[in-house]
Design a protein around this ligand. Sequence first.
Ligand SMILES: C[S@@+](CC[C@H](N)C(=O)[O-])C[C@H]1O[C@@H](n2cnc3c(N)ncnc32)[C@H](O)[C@@H]1O
Ligand SMILES: Nc1nc2[nH]cc(C(=O)O)c2c(=O)[nH]1
Ligand code: SF4
Ligand SMILES: [Mg+2]
Length: 257
Amino acid sequence: MPVSDSVSRPDTDADGDRLPINELFASLQGEGKLAGVPSTFVRTSGCNLRCWFCDSYHTSWEPTHAWMGVEEVVAEVDALAPEHVVVTGGEPLVHDETATLLSELADEYHLTVETNGTLETDAPVDLASISPKLASSTPTPENAPTDTDPGVWTDKHESARIDLDSLASLVDHADDFQLKFVVTGRDDLPEIESLVDDIRGVTSREVRDSDVLLMPEGQTRDALARTRTDVADLAAEFGYRYTPRLHVDLWNDAPET
Ligand SMILES: C[S@@+](CC[C@H](N)C(=O)[O-])C[C@H]1O[C@@H](n2cnc3c(N)ncnc32)[C@H](O)[C@@H]1O
Ligand SMILES: Nc1nc2[nH]cc(C(=O)O)c2c(=O)[nH]1
Ligand code: SF4
Ligand SMILES: [Mg+2]
């Protein structure tokens, strides 16, 4: 099992900026403020965290990808002719070339970046979709998604998962933002409340309760069916917004959905 936090680059870079692309597809945005909006997704591979529940296992725990030139990615997006483009991963901001891609797409498309909030970017972003990772995301030998002990990743994940400077920068920089928390149960709420307070303390921007979204943990329809009502009830109780996972409800999170 790969345990490095980066994907190995090919020997030659003769074609200019390249990105490890896991998948590129058209679907409906399944999560967040823009749920239901037709969008083209660009999924990079490689992540600096290892959430035990990662629904994109082949971009984090065991990354797979093709190396594509930024211009090649732009051409595939153009061919699908969306209004909205979602750049996700893996963690898209671990790659410097993601900034180049965002800059190339910015004039034509509405850009959402799905990020775990641990890294900053100067690139143009319309919606920073920030999903800070809670203590309940940390991998342990008991919950890790493979037979292998998560080893160094328990500590690496735990020490890297929150970076207030990056969170402030992402909130301040984008045209709009959302804080989209994966919720496993009621025990996550004290940490969410305290982190939202901390973020309010470091950004000059207003963080409304309606910018805070609770998303049920669940990679499959069955798993989601077990968590979503409790999470919706928690959102109503605490005054936050609830977000569904439409692609899981509709297509069971199959590849390219
Ligand atoms: C695969 S991540 C990629 C972007 C970035 N690495 C991040 O975590 O925000 C895309 C979105 O899926 C969410 N996610 C991943 N696994 C999930 C699960 N099992 N249940 C609910 N949401 C999940 C993440 O929190 C994030 O909002
Ligand atoms: N339909 C759909 N909507 C999504 N919103 C965020 C996603 C992601 O994996 O970042 C995602 C995804 O994988 N599929
Ligand atoms: S930060 Fe995102 S891509 Fe990385 S392991 Fe967690 S959910 Fe998966
Ligand atoms: Mg997804």
